[in-house]
Design a binder for this molecule. Sequence first.
Ligand SMILES: *Cc1c(COP(=O)(O)O)cnc(C)c1O
Length: 398
Amino acid sequence: MAKSLVYADNAATTKMSKAAIDAMLPYLDNTYFNPSSLYSAGQTAKEALEGARADIAKCLNADEREIYFTSCGSESDNQAIRSAAANGAVKGKKHIISTAFEHHAVLHTLNKLKQEGFEVTLLDVHENGIVTPEQVQAAIRPDTALVTIMYANNEIGTVQPIREIGEVCRKAGVVFHTDAVQAVGHIPVDVKADNVDMLSISAHKFHGPKGVGVLYCRRGVPLRSFIEGGAQERGKRAGTENVASICAMAAALKEACAHLEENAANLCAMRDRLIENLTKIEHSRLNGDRDRRLPGTVNMCFEGIEGESLLLMLDAKGICASSGSACTSGSLDPSHVLLSIGLPHEVAHGSLRLSLSEYNTEEDVDRIIEAVPPIVEYLRSISPVWEDLVKGIKPHLI
Ligand SMILES: *Cc1c(COP(=O)(O)O)cnc(C)c1O
């Protein structure tokens, strides 16, 4: 009998929870009405929408009026950054601070803004995958319009000192946005305590559907619309609301937040077992701080091999993982995240990201621990790079 799939790529997307699917179905079926319609049937959809908004606000310690529904995490990032940049420009502030290891939804938006005349400072990330509030403090200038720093990194899983960075920004009067797509539903996020002005969320990273997200924008922080059209979302995001997906997102988030601690404890135990066993492989390294990391994310490098080959061989054994590299574009460039923490190209090429969710089991972890070492050994046995390392022609880098 074929072995079941081991899905260890939850940082890429997650399986929808039963609660999320159940919450979605009525709005795909009989309650399909447009929430902007005035007849009572439309009002049923409107009530569901507002109920979802209230539930999500509660999970984040936000006010309902601070929650804007979007079509994805990428859209939330784009809108937050573009809005703060445009508001800054009006006051002659055209400087933005971010980091070198953001998601491309942030980095590519910043590149566009650079072409439009903004100046962008990308903070270096420390070797442990963390940026510090002191770095942010030192980079803030009188013309800084925005600081945008991710809550938790999607490749290496390191969690940033968001609360302290937020405090620095608040004191300096600079708008602070955080891409919290990997954090929300996985670790405690409280928009008030964390001192954030804007925060991005995506449902499919916490067992909700793909194609729906949230932009939190604190009251008093001006938000510009990104998609023009109707007056939905208080004029800040046009387009008929995706009621079914929004209700599913709320159900998924409520469930995730209700079980946050217990899920995190189980995940940390499984994650730590992976780290403990896989770091026994010689010339391997764990990327990112050992402890300040998401409960389910492990990122490792194995010297002398290509991450892509490792992934294909894991796939043949029914294990879904990621290299965390930019292989989506078909390019063989190593991951910008791994380069940002100072890894040499040769090392960054041999990366493996394993991201677990509460649907994973101890058996899944066993299968990964059994599968990876012999594959690494085999790939090294046919690797010219490894041969050079063994013969001492090139020095080991890890
Ligand atoms: C997945 C992800 C995004 C993009 O979210 P989508 O909903 O897929 O657009 C943005 N930032 C981070 C950190 C992510 O992990």
